[in-house]
Design a binder for this molecule. Structure first.
Ligand SMILES: [Zn+2]
Length: 45
């Protein structure tokens, strides 16, 4: 199940909480993004 992050308050939101209303239950924000599972730093060679 995908987990989204609110763009405003940066709280994690389960997809089930969003269901039909795509609104953050915490701050009412409507912008979300999917945080990447693994953030790798790539060394510039
Ligand atoms: Zn929020």
């Amino acid at each position: 199940m995908p987990t989204y992050k609110c763009f405003k308050c940066e709280k994690k939101i389960q997809n089930t909480n969003l269901d039909k209303r795509f609104v953050c239950p915490n701050c009412g924000g409507k912008i979300f993004y999917k945080p990447r599972k693994v953030v790798k730093k790539v060394k510039a060679v």
